[in-house]
Design a protein around this ligand. Structure first.
Ligand code: SF4
Length: 376
């Protein structure tokens, strides 16, 4: 079969450059996905972070003329921090989810895909390709599923039987008609652990996510956190992974295959109060290389305030009062007012009342009222 040898060489080379799993799929339209995406949109379940039209997201030939196949890759990331700093009363720390540890995975996977493309380029003439990682039009999960990287779990994530679901995915559309690999069988069976554990009911049915209710998505929004979800984040300031933590395929999985993804304990568990004081420049220098910084500092600061409220961290009261009184961003002023109320100290309630007299923003005033409602 033509290109069979090249495919074998690519697989061998992929191991050399640290790709943990590779698969090949046809570039035919993703018709089932198309119907599903249309449904998601109609139901209002989409996140709004998706790139491109539904047609572009499901028809590879719209993204690259002459598309014949798609090469899918997966890289595993670690799940445990060695010697992480403790979060204790008076010195509370937040937590970035595992997918955000280490160097931004977009950079790492794009480098691997570029190496792979250079390798193929040396082997044949007329090679054309287009790579993408997460933020491209294609659904990484649908491609990986078709290429046999894993199966799509009821938690809507790609699960590799060998690596679990703590994996990053990327793909390369090519003009070479590689022999496709076979998709894997569904591996969830009767299990419903992820659906049962989701604290917001965002997994509305097996394999269907309402992104608008998903805490991982909500940690990345820039507005106010919906009231009913404020207590559910604990100390998480970016991402949410309960549907992965409970999955039996991830039990005991902690793969340290790539030095780039090793967490810096102080970065992935930052001091919450320090995060509230950080300047734009310091934020860029410190967190700029992490994927969790992609929405800027505001959502992380809002979440840090919610985490301090969760802990009822009285030592943070002074900083929260400063934010409520002085921060130019209504979301931060309002969330700080709510958190001060939740902490529940008399001095805090008095400060909310004083600030409310001077506040002009309607939404912030609403948050101040909610803060005062904690007063018994
Ligand atoms: Fe599938 Fe169970 Fe994992 Fe959910 S928790 S993805 S149902 S195996």
């Amino acid at each position: 079969m033509a290109y069979e040898k090249l495919k074998e060489e690519i697989i061998l080379y992929s191991k050399e450059i640290g790709i943990d799993k590779i698969g090949f799929a046809s570039a035919a339209p993703f018709s089932q996905l198309k119907a599903r995406l249309e449904e998601q949109q109609e139901l209002g379940y989409a996140s709004g972070f998706e790139k491109g039209t539904i047609e572009e997201r499901t028809e590879p030939t719209r993204l690259m003329k002459g598309a014949e196949s798609i090469i899918a890759i997966a890289l595993a990331y670690p799940t445990r921090i060695k010697n992480g700093p403790k979060s204790v009363k008076g010195d509370r720390r937040g937590m970035f989810c595992r997918a955000s540890w280490g160097t931004d995975y977009h950079i790492v996977l794009e480098e691997k895909l570029t190496k792979l493309a250079d390798f193929i380029n040396q082997k044949i003439d007329g090679f054309a390709y287009r790579s993408m990682v997460d933020t491209g039009e294609l659904s990484d999960r649908a491609v990986a599923e078709r290429a046999g990287i894993g199966f799509s779990g009821k938690n809507t994530l790609m699960i590799s039987p060998e690596l679990g679901s703590y994996i990053y995915l990327g793909e390369m559309i090519t003009n070479i008609p590689f022999q496709p690999d076979l998709p894997l069988d569904d591996g969830c069976g009767d299990c419903t652990k992820c659906l049962d554990a989701c604290p917001t009911g965002a997994l509305v049915e097996p394999g269907r996510l309402n992104a608008q209710q998903c805490l991982a998505f909500l940690t990345q929004t820039k507005g106010f956190m919906p009231d009913e979800h404020r207590d559910k984040l604990g100390n998480l300031i970016y991402g949410f992974e309960t549907c992965q933590v409970v999955c039996p395929y991830n039990k005991g999985v902690d793969l340290h295959y790539h030095k780039e993804f090793e967490p810096d304990p102080d970065l992935v568990k930052p001091r919450l109060v320090d995060l509230l004081k950080i300047t734009n420049r310091e934020f860029k220098e410190k967190f700029g290389k992490m994927s969790g910084s992609w929405r800027g500092k505001k959502p992380l600061q809002r979440n840090a305030i919610l985490a301090l409220a969760h802990y009822k961290e009285t030592s943070a009261l002074g900083e929260l009062i400063r934010l409520m009184e002085e921060d130019p961003r209504p979301v931060i002023r309002g969330t700080a007012a709510w958190a001060i109320g939740k902490i529940g100290i008399e001095e805090g309630f008095e400060k909310i009342k004083e600030a409310m007299v001077k506040e002009n923003d309607k939404e912030v005033i609403e948050e101040m009222k909610k803060g005062l409602a904690f007063q018994k």
